[in-house]
Design a protein around this ligand. Sequence first.
Ligand SMILES: *Cc1c(COP(=O)(O)O)cnc(C)c1O
Length: 427
Amino acid sequence: MSTPAALPGSPFLSWRGAQLEIEGHALDALAHEHGTPLFVYSRAAMRHALASYTRALAGRRHLVCYAMKANSSLAVLQTFAEAGCGFDIVSVGELERALAAGGDAKKIVFSGVGKRPDEMRRALEVGVKCFNVESLGELQSLSEEARAMNVKAPVSLRINPDIDPKTHPYISTGLQGNKFGIAHKEAVTAYRVAAGLPGLDVVGIDCHIGSQITEIGPYADALDRLLDLVEAIEAENIGIRHIDIGGGLGITYTDETPPEAETLVGQVLARIDARGHGKRELLFEPGRSLVGNAGVLLTEVLVTKHGTPKNFCIVDAAMNDLLRPALYQATMGIVPCIRRTGTGALYDVVGPVCESGDWLGRDRKLAVQPGDRLAVLSAGAYAMAMASNYNSRPRAAEVMVDGKQVHLIRERETVRELFARERLINS
Ligand SMILES: *Cc1c(COP(=O)(O)O)cnc(C)c1O
C-alpha cells in the first residue's frame, strides 16, 4: 500500500476516492490555485480542538490561553479570539499580533524566561492579565517598571516542578537543569519576595512542563507539586487566585496516542477537587493541541533521484518552511494529494536547501512522479511559525478553509521583500 487509509489526527482531513480533502476541499486543487509550498488550515479543526478543552471546563472559572507561538498567523489568532480564548505570549511582537487579531489584553498571560523592560512596559500599558515570572531578577525589574508607571503588575511565578514529561529533551521544560522557571524548593521564598515588592500584585501560580506530552501522569504529578506549593504559600497569607497548568498536550503525528484534551482536563479537575481547590480559576496554555492537526503543508515534487543506497524525492518545501524534522528529528505523515496506483518506492523526502539536515521525511513508501503534490500532515503547529528565509527562500502562503469558504490568510512572500530593508554601501 502506498499510502495509509486512515489519516492521523484531524477528522477534517479525508480521502474522497484518490483525492485528499480538507473540510471537503481538494488539496491538489488548492495547491494548483495558490502555488506551493502552501500551508492549508481547517478552521473547523481548530474550533473542534478548542471545544475539547472548553467542554471539560464548562461551569468552572477558567481561561484557555492559546500559546500563540505554535502558530501566530493573524487569522488563526482571530479564530481563537472570536471563540473567547485568551493568549499565552512570549514577546511584545506576539502581544501586538494578538491585539491586532482582536485579542483581549485582559485575557493575555505573558510568559517567557527573558522579558525586556520595553516589553514589560507595553504589557503593563495595555493591561495584560498576568506576567508569568521566571526569576527573582525579573520580579525586581518588573516591580520597578510598574512603580515608574504607577501601576501594579499582576504576577504568577512559573514553577519548575522537576517532573519528567517523557518527551524530546529539546521540548521538555520542567526538569531541574532546565533554563525555565523557579525551582520548586525556592518557590515559597520567591513568593515572599514578590509579595514584598511594591510594584507587584501576586495573582497566581503556573507551570509548563514540556511539549508533545502523550501521558496524563506527568501532569498529575506536576499538579500535585503545584498544589503543595499553593497550600504552603497561602499559609504565609499570600493569596493565589488562579492555577495555570501550562500547555504541552501532544497530538498524533503517526502512531502516538495522547489523551483527548477533555480527558486530561477532566482528570486535572478531579484531582483539584479532591484536594479542595475546586473554586480557583484554572488556566490552560495549549498550543500544539489546538492547531497541530488542523493544518497541512502542500509541496510539489521537483525531481526524483533513484540510486543506492537511497532514493530521494526532492520537493519544493524545505527546512526553512518546516523545521521540525531537522530540529527534533520529528516524524510527520507525508501522503500524496492524489493517490496513484502502483507500489512506488522507498524515498527520503528532502528539500532544495543546501544542508544534509534538510529533510521532511525518511524512508517513505511513495508512488510519485515529478509534478505530483504531497501533503505533510499535522503541520499546523511549529511549522509556519518557525519558517525562515534561509537560502533566500520566500516564506510560504497560507490558506484557511472555513466550510464552503477558502480564505487566503497570508500572501506568499516575494523575493524583493527579502532584501527590501538591506542597504548597499556607498563607496
Ligand atoms: C510553548 C508553551 C506552551 C504551549 O506548548 P504546546 O506544547 O504547544 O502546547 C505553553 N506555555 C508556555 C509557557 C510555553 O512556552
